[in-house]
Design a protein around this ligand. Structure first.
Ligand code: PMP
Length: 380
């Protein structure tokens, strides 16, 4: 059966990226690999908007987050965790596993980070060593103001670690300008690749801490990565095949133009929100901070969101994600990130409309599609 992968990771992989990955696997201690590694990092620097080193490591997104923590947090360090959902909670939990003394600020599912609270917490706790933030909270479809958080953290000695796993490549981010000390992301979302690669950048402000951190680390040791980076080597055997894919994906993004990539994501998000509202459904996130990478929608009154998803998957082959954490079973998450375009939104909305009708929700078929079409036609 034909399937339409519309969950926030893994996301669909373009044919050219699959083609690049069909190459026979090559050696990683070769000049060819080193040259490719260098080209990839140069391209990534343009996506991250940074001059900092970027390490491409063989890991899932959580591995990138743990890499950032293992290299900056020592036992009993004060860590300020800005939490807007499940992945913010995970970032905090990793710091806890490394013995951090946590100050957790939970803004609630569907809310964004309130900068005045961040300012106050930093003022009350001048000994905070590390601040954790999520660019795009995948569990709620909330996009946080990383520029605003960065400006506040930059005035303090603390480092800002950002989880950009589901945002980078879909939503613009400026590592250097915004003062992000470590940006973590992964391959299987906006980078249009299968899971398995993670990327982490390290600022000048972070290096001093990274080189002297007391936490135990081996596979996650950034100093070990750095030792071989000048030869464009990797510390351990990398997923060479995914590197081929990553170069192809970055070439695609550059051919489209990064600005156009971000504009496309914004357009798809706007159309999706318009469609959902036209169907009388409620969005989890307020529109002013709603994510351009995915849209989270409350299930309608009296109909279980997961039942709706089951119909959508079994009858129409469309795969959305459900809720996590506090909103488990209550929401549907529709991704429009990476290798996604206008007609993907039409498919998603069409499947949603039919499933709503089947579940007994009073839906006017086509109302959501029309709303999305109006956005695509530039009429609204
Ligand atoms: N952070 C965010 C924001 C994510 O969306 C995800 C994956 N859904 C992760 C972290 C964890 O990544 P992974 O599942 O690749 O370990």
């Amino acid at each position: 059966d034909k399937q339409y992968l519309m969950m926030p990771g893994p996301t669909p992989v373009p044919p050219s990226v699959y083609a690049a990955m069909s190459r026979p696997v090559g050696g990683h201690r070769t000049d060819e690999f080193a040259r490719m590694h260098k080209r990839i990092v140069e391209k990534l620097k343009r996506v991250f908007q940074t001059q900092n080193d970027i390490f491409v490591i063989t890991n899932s997104g959580t591995g990138a987050l743990e890499t950032a923590i293992a290299n900056t947090v020592s036992a009993r360090d004060k860590v300020l965790a800005l939490i807007t959902g499940n992945f913010g909670e995970r970032f905090a939990n990793i710091a806890r596993a490394y013995g951090a003394e946590l100050i957790e600020v939970n803004f609630g599912y569907g809310k964004d980070v309130d900068l005045s609270v961040v300012e106050e917490k930093l003022r009350q706790n001048p000994d905070v060593k590390v601040v954790l933030a999520t660019q795009n909270e995948t569990s709620t479809g909330v996009c946080n103001d990383i520029a605003g958080i960065g400006a506040l953290v930059a005035r303090t000695p603390a480092l800002l670690l950002v989880d950009g796993v589901s945002g980078v490549g879909a939503i613009e981010i400026k590592v250097d300008e915004w003062g992000i000390d470590m940006l973590c992301t992964a391959s299987q979302k906006a980078f249009m690749l299968p899971p398995g690669l993670a990327m982490v950048s390290v600022s000048d402000k972070a290096w001093g801490v990274v080189n002297n951190n007391k936490a135990p680390r081996f596979y996650f040791s950034i100093p070990a990565f750095k030792k071989v980076l000048d030869k464009w080597n990797t510390a351990y055997t990398p997923n060479v095949t995914l590197f081929y894919g990553l170069e192809a994906a970055l070439e695609m993004m550059e051919a489209e133009g990064l600005d156009n990539v971000y504009t496309r994501h914004a357009l798809l998000a706007r159309a999706t929100r318009a469609a959902v509202k036209a169907l009388g459904l409620r969005l989890l996130a307020e529109e002013r901070y709603a994510s351009n990478a995915l849209t989270a929608v409350w299930g309608p009154e009296g109909i279980a969101a997961d039942d709706l998803r089951k119909i959508i998957k079994n009858k129409y082959g469309v795969i959305f994600a459900g809720g996590q954490g506090e909103v488990k079973g209550k929401i549907i998450r529709i991704a429009h990130m990476g290798f996604a375009d206008k007609m993907d939104v039409i498919i998603a909305v069409s499947a949603l409309e039919m499933a709503l009708a089947e579940a007994g929700y009073p839906v006017q078929l086509g109302a959501g599609i029309a709303a999305a079409q109006e956005v695509f036609l530039g009429r609204v």
